[in-house]
Design a protein around this ligand. Structure first.
Ligand SMILES: C[S@@+](CC[C@H](N)C(=O)[O-])C[C@H]1O[C@@H](n2cnc3c(N)ncnc32)[C@H](O)[C@@H]1O
Length: 182
């Protein structure tokens, strides 16, 4: 353990790396503290050091997923990273049409979907190409280690800011329903 690192931070970094593969950089203690302080307070711990140590003990089941969730960066948007989506439509879709013509089925995994925009972007893209995929079975599976992100993804409710990032207006009008501010 490094001399200048708080013990709770080393415990946290090790556990996040072990359970998700995500590396928290050594200079992110202040960031971690800002994310964990509300959880420590809500769960009745005197400080984040107690919270992080308790995460490894008998109270693990009620703490672990909340701490892991808080440490994830759920940054995403519709059609985030334009190029991969363009490649998917222009190069990969035609290949899949050919390669899967016998079974006419596809299963696509958005393995770290955050709040769901990646999976919904794919769904809209397939819907726009529905003529090519008539009669096909297409599944899009979305998973994420962050429970709060998954809940948002499942709800499929996005605010103005979220739908203004990357989503063409034509798709906004076609695939979304306005409800108050969402
Ligand atoms: C920056 S977001 C990317 C979201 C989306 N794939 C995109 O590119 O727009 C990274 C997501 O990875 C998730 N994540 C990190 N480690 C994970 C793991 N081991 N299993 C599942 N999801 C994980 C985080 O919770 C976060 O929501």
């Amino acid at each position: 353990m490094r001399d200048n690192a708080p013990t709770w931070f080393e415990v946290l970094r090790r556990e996040v790396k072990r359970s998700t593969g995500v590396v928290i950089e050594a200079d992110r203690a202040a960031f971690a503290a800002s994310r964990l302080a509300p959880i420590a307070r809500d769960l009745g711990f005197p400080d984040i050091a107690h919270l992080c140590l308790a995460m490894m003990g008998p109270q693990r089941s009620r703490i672990h997923s909340k701490v892991i969730d808080a440490m994830m960066i759920n940054e995403t948007s519709f059609y985030r990273d334009k190029l991969p989506f363009e490649e998917f439509r222009g190069a990969i879709m035609p290949q899949l049409l050919n390669a899967r013509s016998a079974t006419r089925s596809l299963r696509i995994w958005s393995a770290a979907c955050a709040t769901g925009q990646e999976a919904y972007s794919l769904a809209m893209m397939f819907d726009e190409e529905a003529r090519l995929f008539a009669g096909w079975r297409i599944e899009i599976i979305a998973t994420d280690v962050s429970q709060s992100a998954i809940e948002t993804a499942r709800a499929g409710i996005y605010n103005q800011f979220q739908v203004q990032r990357g989503l063409p207006v034509s798709q906004l009008l076609r695939y979304f329903t306005r409800a108050n501010d969402t």
